[in-house]
Write a protein that binds this ligand. Structure first.
Ligand code: BGC
Length: 837
């Protein structure tokens, strides 16, 4: 690696103009190059569910890993580090140097729209899993960008909201994952959030310099969230290093204004030098800085020598295992794992088990949440496909139609104009109406930005052209999702010419993920096809086209929920087992807005109730990125929480339902029984008071004496365990750090098969002089054991687990703390005392 002195020398060689130019992006995803410093352009890309790359285009696919909640649910840093390494390979394949991930904001409340993208309600679990993700990326030369620093734990008014968080809560809860990940895993970049904390916006906030730089000795880069930087001087002084996106002529408050501020002495040039140094340091770390500045630095990351395709078997196997390892078996009254065969009552002979796979999410794989975390997987495996591929005898009924918004047209109805396969043709027209290009897409969504691939001429008008083929007779509602002016023409007849708008201050991500929709009915006979042309005028889109995602949407005919539920219940009654897959969609759980309700959308609760009545052997699979209410949970024998499980969802589900894989997950957050008593995401007069302080998640339930549906840390596997003993300060290999202690917990596998148990250790301080949670997670480790086997696992409890933040510093109360061990936060059969000096 190029040394610090050489980095400083290269900074010294640049003029103020050259330096300032580097401090705003060159475009949406790339930084500027600087030949005089031997610097090539560094490329950034969104995650965390994959590496999207520089386009929003389904033809440029990316491996889609489980949502952050699914990764956290593994409680397995080693596995998550391997996922980080997989993402690093993806980054290399896509020419990406820095992944804008992981998201380590906390689940302050389940209403947070981006909960699926964050790991946990607990700072220690978030820190451990986040650090593993970062190590996996950075060990392979890809930078992490830990986000969003800090207090961006919900989406409502995120550009302007002021999160009021007392310092102890900040230090012990919301800053803690950033601290651990920057200090221990050495993250190379951090993203400053949109929101304010305690009165100042995060791109200008003193926390950047005072805590990140000074207290933690951070030597990495601070990047603004996209369009979060709002001031020239204040942001420059506050230790923000890089304004994104660029170019400065179009976005952000730096560029010429910053050069001017340096020129007239309002901003010290030494501050600029430090920022440039940090850019060069990052570039050196990711290999974007030539060893010899006289050498040409190249203009893009070099192509990797070995490419692993996102649809390769190796990637599939890893993602399949990772998804299963995060599935949480929240309830199992002996129904799972399923047998492949049942003994027929009549003949006494065994025959294949008949499984009714029911529910809206059975046929469509919901593999990720919405917003900037979106990637385009090369394929997805739905639950139905996964169970079929496992060779099971399955039948299907959707049960209900839960869409709040109408989804994009898709197979089997959507065809390209030449009927060569599912998809559409997009045509681009210039100012004077001439056709300047076209492309074939695999879906009915277009949103790559108006500079189409390779095209230089401005696009004035676009058309999406496709064919919709009816699978059955009925009324098909066809339309558009987007902003601006749209004309829909079906078989040559105009169905509408309308302009769709949202309020001025709508969040960009909301405008992209959930824009207005317009629909028109088309009656079709079974097998009939119509040609569809959706036309859009670029100038009519609110922000120069940036906000527009063009989408042909389709609502095929379906019966009422009542009819569909009756059909599903009948199917369940005539089957041996019912697997009901319920869940949310990317439009319910997304960046840009918070959740208005924690209930499953549509009639899904009623569907579960009726299916469970019809067949007592009912497993409910909950396909959501974050908690939803499950009012029927006690009435069904098995509940499996699958999160947004990534592209291998269905295969992993088959593995777990059949017992080929252990449902390895434990809850990384509390699942509420009701909506009562949860912190709100709604600011009052622009202020969001974190008045619950330290008491989020299980800390809040403990304080209030409320019972959740499923407690933090909960989840069972396919075997049983007994907790035998705990000893403290035992012999554990590895570094426990100054002031850390080790706990050794002995457990026995008392069940019939090999399994994995996550042994959790919580600390408490029964008679404390300071207000504290009743208990808090202090360490954890997983054990694997055969039936009858007894295993002792050593768990390091860091000094920080005993500390609390006083006005100025960390402090440890002297005297006894209790360490309790068990399988979840609500079941801690073992405890031991540890004395702090
Ligand atoms: C999100 C970030 C994301 C960025 C770039 C922002 O709206 O908050 O998480 O990395 O956009 O897409």
């Amino acid at each position: 690696m190029i040394g610090e002195e050489e980095l400083a020398r290269r900074v010294g060689r640049l003029s103020v103009e050259q330096k300032v130019r580097l401090l705003t992006g060159a475009g949406y995803w790339a930084l500027h190059d600087e030949p005089d410093a031997g610097l090539r352009a560094v490329v950034l890309s969104d995650g965390p569910a994959g590496v999207r790359g520089r386009t929003w285009d389904e033809r440029d696919s990316s491996a889609n890993v489980p949502s952050a909640t699914g990764l956290a649910a593994t409680w397995d840093p080693r596995r998550v580090e391997a996922i980080g390494a997989l993402l690093a390979r993806e980054a290399h394949r896509k020419g990406v140097d820095v992944l804008l991930a992981p998201t380590v904001n906390l689940h302050r409340t389940p209403y947070g729209g981006r909960g699926f993208e964050c790991f946990s309600e607990d700072p220690l679990l978030t820190a451990r899993i986040g650090a593993a993700y970062v190590r996996g990326l950075q060990r392979h030369g890809v930078g992490a960008c830990v986000k969003h620093f800090v207090g961006n734990d919900s989406e409502t008014q995120r550009m302007t909201v002021d999160a009021r968080i007392d310092e102890r809560t900040l230090r012990e809860m919301y800053l803690a994952p950033f601290e651990a990940i920057t200090r221990e895993a050495g993250a190379w970049s951090v993203m400053a959030a949109y929101n304010s904390v305690n009165g100042s916006t995060m791109t200008e906030n003193p926390l950047l310099r005072d805590i990140l730089h000074r207290d933690w000795g951070y030597d990495g880069l601070v990047v603004s969230d996209w369009t979060a930087a709002r001031s020239t001087e204040a942001a420059a002084e506050a230790a923000l290093d890089l304004v994104m996106p660029g170019p400065a002529s179009r976005y952000g408050p730096w560029g010429d204004l910053l050069a001017e501020a340096v020129g007239n002495g309002k901003v010290d040039e030494a501050l600029i030098d430090d920022k440039v140094l940090r850019i060069l340091r990052l570039a050196a770390r990711v290999g974007a800085l030539a060893d010899d500045p006289a050498e040409p630095a190249g203009d893009a990351p070099p192509a990797p020598t070995e490419v692993v395709a996102p649809d390769s078997l190796a990637v599939a196997e890893e993602l399949r295992a990772a998804a299963a390892a995060g599935f949480v078996l929240a309830r199992n009254e002996g129904l799972l794992p399923l047998s492949r065969y049942v003994v027929s009552a009549g003949t006494g002979l065994s025959r294949p088990v008949r499984i009714a796979v029911i529910g809206p999410n059975a046929e469509v794989a919901r593999t990720m949440g919405g917003g900037s975390a979106t990637v385009y997987p090369p394929y997805t495996v739905s639950p139905l496909e996964g169970l079929r591929a496992a060779g099971l005898h399955v039948t299907h009924a959707p049960g209900v139609y839960p869409y709040v918004r109408i989804p994009a047209a898709r197979a089997p109805w959507l065809l390209r104009p030449d009927r060569s396969g599912p998809g559409a043709e997009v045509r681009f027209f210039g100012e004077s109406g001439e056709l300047i290009g076209s492309e074939l897409r695999d879906g009915a969504t277009w949103g790559s930005g108006f500079a189409m691939a390779g095209g230089t001429e401005p696009v004035a008008r676009l058309e999406i052209r496709c064919v919709i083929r009816a699978t059955a007779a009925g009324t098909y509602r066809l339309g558009v999702s987007g902003l601006g002016r749209y004309r829909l023409v079906v078989d040559g007849t105009e169905l509408f010419d309308t302009t769709l708008a949202m309020p001025e201050d709508t969040d960009t991500a909301q405008a992209l993920m959930a824009p207005p929709q317009e629909l028109a009915p088309v009656r079709m006979a079974g097998g009939q096809s119509v040609t569809v042309v959706l036309e859009h005028h670029v100038a009519s889109a609110p922000v120069g086209g940036f906000r527009t995602f063009l989408q042909v949407i389709l609502d095929p005919p379906h019966s009422t929920d009542e009819v569909e539920i009756a059909a599903a219940a009948a199917l369940a009654a005539s089957s041996d087992v019912a697997v009901v897959v319920v869940g949310t969609t990317a439009e319910v759980e997304s960046e840009g807005f918070d959740r208005a309700s924690l209930s499953l959308p549509g009639g899904q609760d009623e569907l579960v109730r009726r299916v469970a009545e019809a067949n007592p052997h009912t497993v409910v699979v909950v396909n959501s990125g974050a908690p939803v209410l499950l009012p029927w949970a006690e009435d069904v024998p098995a509940v499996l929480l699958s999160w947004f499980a990534g592209q291998e969802f269905g295969n992993a589900l088959a593995d777990v339902l059949l017992g080929a894989a252990e449902p390895g997950g434990r809850l990384p957050m509390t699942w509420p029984a009701t909506e009562e008593g949860l912190p709100s995401t709604r600011p009052v007069d622009g202020v969001l008071a974190y008045s619950e302080g330290l008491f989020i998640g299980y800390r809040g339930y403990d304080r209030d004496g409320r019972a959740p549906l499923f407690p933090f840390g909960h989840g069972t596997g396919y075997t049983t365990w007994s907790y035998e003993s705990i000893t403290v300060d035992c012999d554990v290999p590895g570094d426990r750090g100054p002031g850390g202690v080790a706990a050794c917990v002995t457990v026995q596998n008392t069940g019939p098969r090999r399994g994995r148990e996550v042994v959790q250790v919580y600390a408490s301080r029964p008679s404390s002089a300071v207000e504290r949670p009743a208990k808090w997670l202090a360490g954890f480790a997983a054990v694997d054991a055969d039936p009858g086997e007894t295993v002792t696992v050593g768990i390091v409890i860091p000094e920080r687990a005993f500390q609390h933040w006083t006005a100025q510093a960390w402090a440890t109360e002297p005297g006894p703390f209790t360490l309790s061990a068990g399988p979840s936060s609500a079941s801690l059969p073992l405890s031991a005392e540890v004395e702090r000096p």
